[in-house]
Design a protein around this ligand. Structure first.
Ligand code: TEU
Length: 636
């Protein structure tokens, strides 16, 4: 095996090409990020260089070849700013520095240079809905009602006629995302401050223009340092209805759901347009703006990402990752594949003409997708590759979360001592306080805990998986003897190599970036199938999302008679080894083993197009036409 960076990281096989430079996309008139694949680093858990058990910037630099070799274009760094770490950095106490646990600004500059040297871009995480309670802005604000920064946060007296601190005296009944009321009393003034997440994360008051302009300054500061864009934390929560109405009561208590009063609030579009106008418009380069948007609908996503409106470039939908939620996220329902297809298909259709999708199944807030939607036992590798195949071949920009490319699974979470995440810890405490037995409370948390995705990256089969030479801050809880990066590099059939092939396909075949999307067989509970079409080229993706052997009857068999197999997940072979799967037979019957995914490509001539146009009516009976754009191409 070749050593790209001897002594630091052993590389995958030398046959893998380097990354495609993100500024050298095939269509220069198309936004660069439309061609891109993004890799998210959760710095705490990526690589620790100094043995304190917590990942750091030097550790990332040492492992950059892992990411570059995968072929990705953009690195997204979860927050590295100074922080008391109540929410692992999503509680920022200084927007213009690096937390000493991660390094310093000089090391950051080196990291940025090394990312750029490898032809990749860097996207920073901006947490602008709230700061840490230790941020100097909040400390000034809480110092008293007359402080000039008082109005930078949301301060309110108790409910009329109620004593500060009395049960239910909070200014609204809103529940905080991490449990309890969204208001905390400050005894100094007898007023409450708003925090949609934890009390250590007070919400900034975007109604105040000084706040907004201070935040725009932060953006300029990082852009001038050379970063290439931002992922903006819960950015659709920053505009609250200033009249602060109560929310609908939630079951079992006095708290309510305030989200209708702050999700896509009254001034959100105005704020985002102002941000682009102030920060991005005056620049010569084109930084990407990616909005994290829990609760956003596809109709809103169109407005947020319509280039003509000058707001964001793409947003993260949460809809597809809530289809397995019951009453709340902890109440897990089995996956209904039809609902997943309906949701993703709706976003594909909704953003077909205007705007752009971001595509993800994993991040630092979600359990591992192979455990959630795949089979993390005997079919772990297959199902991880299948999920990747489906996601990466939708239309939009795919996001890979660290470890996803190794097919990492959920942690086993055997003791409440292993819980690290504020949300999981709070939920555990709430359950136990209600009288639930500890084992049951843990079992309740296990499938959805955010800790599932935050365990250390396994780099090799050595002690602590090569993550640290100290004690990891969160237990390394999986079989890293065979599930690690080093093992993946040497195995052509690994999940890692499959991700590389998918990324390469995106970089070499424009149909993956630009092709129209059409969902097939929407009512089938086991098969996920769709086509992508650009001019004469069409891809067929057909996948068995189940542990059964199945047969799929392709309704339009003639179309695939001469198709070429582009990608397959059952072995380590690439396009050169097509003999392992029989070509789609003329009868159109595809046999699929458990968790098998195939990708076919066909090229049609103009004459064939005309025949297909005639058959369009028949097609409608078995496909869901999800784009209107394809119709215009169709008749060309
Ligand atoms: O998350 C926002 C968010 O609403 C969810 O992803 C959240 O983690 C989930 O609903 C909890 O069940 C963002 C960040 O990604 C997350 O890590 C932060 O904790 C949160 O904002 C607050 O900054």
């Amino acid at each position: 095996m070749a050593e790209l960076n001897p002594g630091i990281v052993s590389s995958p096989s030398a046959s893998i090409a380097g990354p495609v430079h993100y500024r050298e996309g095939q269509d220069r008139d198309v936004a660069w990020w439309k061609h891109a694949v993004v890799y998210q680093i959760y710095p705490r858990s990526f690589a620790d260089s100094d043995g304190d058990g917590i990942g750091d910037l030097r550790g990332i630099i040492d492992r950059l070849d892992h990411i570059a070799t995968l072929g990705v274009d953009v690195v997204w760094l979860s927050p590295i700013y100074p922080s008391p770490q109540h929410d692992n950095g999503y509680d920022v106490s200084d927007y213009r520095d690096v937390d000493p646990v991660y390094g310093d600004l000089a090391t950051f500059d080196q990291l940025l240079a090394e990312i750029h040297d490898r032809g990749m871009a860097l996207v920073m995480d901006l947490v602008f809905n709230h700061t840490s309670h230790q941020h100097p802005w909040f400390m000034a604000s809480r110092s008293g009602p007359n402080d000039p920064k008082r109005d930078w946060y949301w301060w309110r007296p108790p409910r009329p006629g109620m004593e500060p601190g009395a049960p239910g005296a909070e200014p609204t009944n809103w529940r905080a995302a991490f449990g309890g009321p969204a208001w905390t009393l400050d005894p100094t003034s007898g007023e409450y401050y708003l925090h949609l997440f934890s009390p250590e994360q007070p919400d900034l008051n975007w109604e105040n223009p000084d706040v907004r302009h201070a935040l725009y300054e932060v953006m300029r500061w990082w852009l001038d340092r050379g970063v290439d864009g931002f992922r903006m934390d819960v950015i659709n929560h920053v505009s609250k209805d200033p009249s602060l109405p109560d929310g609908q009561p939630l079951p079992g208590g006095h708290l309510g759901d305030g989200s209708p009063h702050f999700v896509s609030g009254p001034r959100i579009h105005e704020f985002l347009q102002e941000m682009r106008h102030e920060v991005i418009a005056p620049r010569d380069d084109t930084p990407v703006l990616i909005g994290e948007m829990p609760g956003a609908t596809v109709e809103e996503a169109v407005r947020f990402t319509d280039p003509a409106r000058g707001e964001l470039d793409m947003v993260f939908t949460f809809e597809h990752l809530q289809i397995d939620h019951g009453a709340d996220k902890w109440d897990v329902k089995p996956l209904d594949l039809r609902e997943l297809k309906a949701s993703l298909g709706r976003w594909q259709a909704g953003l077909a003409d205007v705007g752009w999708n971001s595509l993800y199944l994993n991040n630092h807030d979600q359990p591992r997708s192979v455990s959630r939607f795949g089979d993390d036992g005997v079919h772990r590798v297959r199902s991880a590759k299948l999920l990747a195949t489906l996601l990466h071949l939708h239309r939009g920009t795919p996001f890979i979360y660290q470890g996803e490319e190794l097919g990492l699974t959920n942690t086993s979470l055997t003791s409440s001592d292993d819980l690290r995440d504020i949300e999981s810890r709070n939920h555990f405490a709430e359950q136990v306080a209600k009288g639930v037995a500890e084992d049951d409370a843990l079992a309740h948390i296990r499938p959805m805990s955010r800790d599932n995705s935050r365990t250390p990256m396994p780099w090799d089969d050595g002690e602590h998986a090569g993550f640290t030479h100290g004690i990891p801050w969160i237990p390394l809880d999986r079989d890293h003897h065979h599930m690690n990066a080093k093992a993946a590099y040497g195995d052509e059939g690994s999940v890692f190599h499959h991700y590389h092939r998918l990324i390469e396909l995106r970089h070499t075949d424009p149909v993956v970036v630009h092709g129209d999307f059409a969902m097939l067989l929407p009512h089938d509970a086991q098969v996920y199938a769709f086509t992508r079409r650009l001019d004469n080229t069409e891809l067929l993706v057909v996948a068995n999302v189940s542990g059964d052997d199945i047969e799929v009857q392709l309704p339009d068999a003639a179309r695939w008679q001469h198709a070429e197999l582009v990608l397959h997940n059952l072995n380590g072979t690439g396009p050169g080894d097509q003999h392992v799967v029989p070509p789609v037979p003329p009868a159109g019957l595809v046999r699929l083993q458990p968790w098998e995914a195939q990708v076919w490509r066909t090229t049609t001539t103009r004459a064939q197009h005309l025949v297909l146009v005639a058959a369009e009516e028949d097609l409608a009976s078995w496909t869901v036409r999800t784009t209107t754009r394809s119709a215009s191409r169709w008749y060309l």
